[in-house]
Design a protein around this ligand. Structure first.
Ligand code: ADP
Ligand code: ASP
Ligand code: MG
Length: 422
C-alpha cells in the first residue's frame, strides 16, 4: 500500500462527466489499496471567467487590496471543483472529504496572485487517510499569516500537488493532464513533437522556467528539493485501464543522470509569449546602475529574466531586460516615476510583442556548437535575435512574437527532435 497524490488539471475536471471519470479513476487506485490525496484544478475556463468578471468591474490594478480580492475570487474555482469531486467519489461508494487550502492549512507568504507555499500542516489529512477516506485538497491556494486567502500563480495546482506530496512524504505524485506526458515541445504547436519517457529534473526545471506550461516551475522546484517522485500522464485514457500499465505511463521526472536513457544533446524546446522587453536608454555609465534599476524592480516583487547592458558610448549606456508580460505596465510606471529621475537616464522604452524561445538539454554541457547551430537556424529563417541568454543546459533567444511558431518548428526539425534517439 502506498500514499499517492493525484493532480487533475482544468480540462480533466472540465465537466461533470469528466469529474465522474476522475472519481472512477481515483476509486480504482483507492480500491487497489492506496491512500489517496487528490488535488484538482478549477474546471477549465473557470479561473479565466472569474478574473474577467473582476476586470469588468475595475481595470486590472496592482494594489495589494485589489490583488487580495482577486485571490479571494479565484480560489472559489478550486473550492467548487474539489467539492464536486468529493461528491462524485461518495457516489462511487467511497468515503471522501474535501478541504480548501485554508482548512488544511497550506501556509503561504502574502504575495497575492503569486504566493509561495511556506508550510503544510498534515495532521488533518493524515487522520482522514487513516480513517479510510479519500482526501481532496484544493489546488492553487493557501492562507497567509494574517488569515487572507492567497493563490499561487497560474498553473499553481501543480505546485499544490507536489508540495502536498512532499509534506505527506507520498510515494508518488501523478500529474494527470490533457496530454499524455512531457513532449519535446508543446505538441499543440509542433505536431511531430515526441513524448519523452523520462526527462531529467534539471531539464524539466529549465523547460518549465522557459515557458513549458505542462508543469508550473515551482512544482518542479519542490520535486527537486524534496525528491518527490513525479510523473506526468494523461487523464484521457479510459479510467478502467490496468492500474499497473497506468502507473508506468506518461513521463517520469528522473533525478539521476544515468537513469536518463535518452541522451539527446537537445531534449526539448520551450517558448513563452508571456514576456515583455524593457529598455532604459541613455543611462549615465557609472557603478551601481544595474542595482539602481533592478533593485527597484525587485523591491516591487517583479521578476526579471534576460538582462543586457550595452557598451557605453559618450558616457551613456542602454540597459535592457525582460519581465513577465503581466508586470509590463507596472515596471514601465515604476521606472518612469522612480528610477528615471534618480538615475538621470534619458528614456524608458518597451516592447510587449516579443517572445522567448529556448533549447534545453543536459547534453549541451559536453557539446560545443549547439548554440551556434540555433543561431544559424534562426538566421536561415530570417529571424532577428534581440537578446540571448545561456546557462549550462539551455540557450534562450528573445525574438519578435510573430516568429515564435516558425522558430520553434525550425529548431525542432534542425535538432531532429521528432526522431527517437538511437
Ligand atoms: P492542466 O490544466 O492539466 O494543468 P495545462 O494546460 O496547464 O494543463 O498544461 C498542459 C498543456 O501544456 C498541454 O495541453 C500542452 O499544450 C502544454 N505544453 C507545453 N509544453 C509542453 C510539453 N513540452 N509537453 C507537453 N505539453 C506541453
Ligand atoms: N486554476 C488555476 C489556473 O487556471 C490553477 C491551475 O489550473 O493550476 O491557473
Ligand atoms: Mg497546468
Amino acid at each position: 500500500m502506498a500514499l499517492i497524490v493525484h493532480k487533475y488539471g482544468g480540462t480533466s475536471m472540465g465537466s461533470t462527466e469528466r469529474i465522474r471519470n476522475v472519481a472512477k479513476r481515483v476509486a480504482k487506485w483507492a480500491r487497489a489499496g492506496h491512500q489517496m490525496v487528490v488535488v484538482p484544478s478549477a474546471m477549465s475556463g473557470e479561473t479565466n471567467r472569474l478574473l474577467a468578471l473582476a476586470k469588468e468591474l475595475a481595470p486590472a490594478k496592482t494594489t495589494d487590496s485589489y490583488s487580495r480580492e482577486l485571490d479571494m475570487l479565484a480560489a472559489t474555482g478550486e473550492q467548487a471543483s474539489s467539492a464536486l469531486l468529493a461528491i462524485a467519489l461518495q457516489a462511487e461508494g467511497l468515503e471522501s472529504v474535501s478541504y480548501a487550502g485554508w482548512q488544511v492549512p497550506i501556509r503561504t507568504n502574502s504575495a497575492y496572485t503569486k504566493a509561495r507555499i511556506e508550510s503544510i500542516e498534515d495532521t488533518k489529512v493524515r487522520a482522514d487517510l487513516e480513517a479510510g477516506r479519500v482526501v481532496i485538497v484544493t489546488g492553487f491556494q493557501g492562507l497567509d499569516e494574517l488569515g487572507n486567502i492567497t493563490t499561487l500563480g497560474r498553473g499553481g495546482s501543480d505546485t499544490s500537488a507536489v508540495a502536498v506530496a512532499a509534506a505527506m512524504k507520498a510515494d508518488e505524485c501523478l500529474i494527470y493532464t490533457d496530454v499524455d506526458g512531457v513532449y519535446t515541445t508543446d505538441p499543440r504547436v509542433v505536431a511531430e513533437a515526441r513524448r519523452l519517457q523520462t526527462v531529467s529534473f534539471e531539464e524539466m526545471l529549465e523547460m518549465a522556467s522557459m515557458g513549458s506550461k505542462v508543469l508550473q516551475i515551482r512544482s518542479v522546484e519542490f520535486a527537486g528539493k524534496y525528491k518527490v517522485k513525479l510523473r506526468v500522464l494523461s487523464s484521457f485514457t479510459p479510467w478502467d485501464i490496468d492500474i499497473n500499465e497506468e502507473a508506468v505511463s506518461g513521463t517520469l521526472i528522473t533525478f539521476e543522470e544515468d537513469e536518463h536513457m535518452e541522451q539527446a544533446i537537445v531534449s526539448g524546446i520551450a517558448f513563452s509569449r508571456d514576456e515583455a522587453k524593457i529598455s532604459v536608454l541613455g543611462v549615465p555609465d557609472k557603478p551601481g546602475i544595474a542595482y539602481q534599476i533592478l533593485g527597484a524592480v525587485a523591491e516591487a516583487n517583479i521578476e526579471v529574466d534576460v538582462i543586457i547592458q550595452n557598451m557605453s558610448k559618450d558616457g551613456r549606456t542602454d540597459f535592457s531586460f525582460t519581465v513577465n508580460r503581466g508586470d509590463y505596465a507596472k515596471t514601465i510606471d515604476l521606472l518612469n516615476e522612480v528610477v528615471l529621475p534618480k538615475l538621470g537616464a534619458l528614456e524608458v522604452a518597451g516592447d510587449a510583442k516579443i517572445c522567448k524561445v529556448s533549447i534545453v538539454g543536459i547534453g549541451m554541457r559536453s557539446h560545443v556548437g549547439v548554440a551556434s547551430k540555433m543561431f544559424r537556424v534562426l538566421s536561415e529563417e530570417g529571424i532577428n535575435i534581440q537578446m540571448i541568454s545561456t546557462s549550462e543546459i539551455k540557450t534562450s533567444v528573445v525574438i519578435d512574437e510573430k516568429y515564435m511558431e516558425l522558430a520553434v518548428r525550425s529548431l525542432h526539425k534542425a535538432f531532429e527532435l521528432e526522431q527517437a534517439p538511437a
